[in-house]
Design a protein around this ligand. Structure first.
Ligand code: 5GP
Ligand code: MN
Length: 341
């Protein structure tokens, strides 16, 4: 994967003198969103810029160990108005790990109040919107963290990646690739991992924090969902699962607890596509995963007001849970009838 030289030079020019910078990432931030934001913030601060990282809502509790994470402003809990203040004075707004301003939800409304800031996208989702002045959009990149690592390398030199940056970058590179197992993983990803490892990060410790630091409630919820809520249909090749608000209360649900559940049905040999529906107060969050040639980005765009990547996408439903599940089953039939499943 080759970054565009002219785009790197445009970025270098934007950052040639100290700037007031805001870094934004998507709602329900994951390891890649948080890791890329924190690493990008750290290098920019090192280069003399004033940087504020803002997330629309809280990150999962098991990411609490990530270096500098306490410096992030959570827009939903931001009573002091720090997010609004930083956005007002920003010269540059970086948007990391998302491709549509709608993924900022309410935070999106206030970024329009600043019309003079340059908007720069650093992302790896398919079909980005045209809302940006400079777009470093590479859908073939396995994670935004990998992209940020490449950008740092080209702008400043790889020796500027500190241990704490490396730790943050490694989290996103690991989580967005299913532990370096997806087809998006290239030899160059491992070259970069080798540099990150050489900074002295503890890979076992990162793994422990990200994958083995959940609550008891999460383990029990997982068992319950797989045992009681997973429906398999379409000749054993498609599945869906759901979690209602009542079930979340029953299992002491904390944000991020259902992260990764949607991948589990794909451990079944014949499975081609898996869906998870999570109830929120005014919509149902849809999470989709698929094997190799099944395109869930298109499926999410067509049927659930969403998008993402070919094998991992998401969206929203504004129907009841029962109607949403029926709708999903109907869409699966239609998709299969077109030969897409
Ligand atoms: P997840 O299932 O992990 O929440 O999301 C999978 C992928 O789909 C992520 O890359 C995410 O950015 C994308 N995605 C999730 N929800 C939405 C959505 O509502 N709209 C769009 N366009 N993409 C989404
Ligand atoms: Mn990502």
């Amino acid at each position: 994967m080759q970054l565009s030289v002219s785009k790197i030079e445009a970025l270098r020019e934007l950052l040639a003198t100290p700037q007031s910078i805001v870094i934004l990432s998507h709602t329900n931030p994951d390891g890649d969103a948080v890791g890329s934001s924190l690493a990008w913030a750290e290098i920019l601060r090192k280069m003399g810029h004033d940087v504020t990282c803002i997330l629309p809502n809280r990150y999962p509790y098991y990411l609490d160990f990530m270096p500098n994470i306490s410096s992030v402003v959570i827009f939903k809990n931001d009573e002091k108005g720090a997010a609004k203040e930083a956005l007002k004075r920003a010269d540059i707004i970086f948007c990391l790990d998302f491709h549509l301003l709608s993924r900022l939800e309410q935070l999106g409304d206030i970024i329009d109040e600043n019309q003079h800031a340059k908007r720069v996208l650093i992302d790896h989702h398919l079909d980005p919107s045209e809302d940006f002045d400079l777009m470093l959009s590479y859908s073939e990149a396995s994670s935004t963290c990998y992209l940020v690592a490449l950008i740092i390398e080209q702008l400043y030199g790889i020796e500027h990646i500190s241990r704490s940056m490396a730790e943050n970058l490694f989290v996103g590179m690991m989580t967005d690739t299913g532990n370096f197992a997806f087809s998006s993983v290239t030899p160059d990803v491992f070259r970069m991992v080798s540099h990150l490892a050489a900074t002295g990060i503890s890979i076992p410790n990162i793994h422990l924090n990200v994958y083995n630091s959940f609550t008891e409630g999460r383990a029990r919820l997982f068992g319950y969902v797989i045992n009681r809520k997973m429906k398999i249909f379409h000749n054993g090749t498609v599945s869906h699962m759901s979690i209602t608000e009542e079930e979340m209360r029953r299992f002491w649900f904390q944000q991020g607890d259902s992260e990764g559940f949607v991948n589990y049905p794909l451990t079944i040999k014949k499975m081609k596509m898996s869906a998870m529906f999570t109830e929120h107060s005014d919509f149902i969050r849809v999470s989709l995963r698929s094997r190799a040639d099944i395109d869930v980005n298109l499926f999410a765009q067509r049927y659930f007001n969403g998008g993402g990547h070919k094998n991992a996408a998401g969206g929203k439903s504004f129907m009841s849970m029962e109607e949403t599940l029926k709708h999903y089953e109907k869409c699966v039939k239609e998709y299969a009838a077109e030969g897409l499943l």
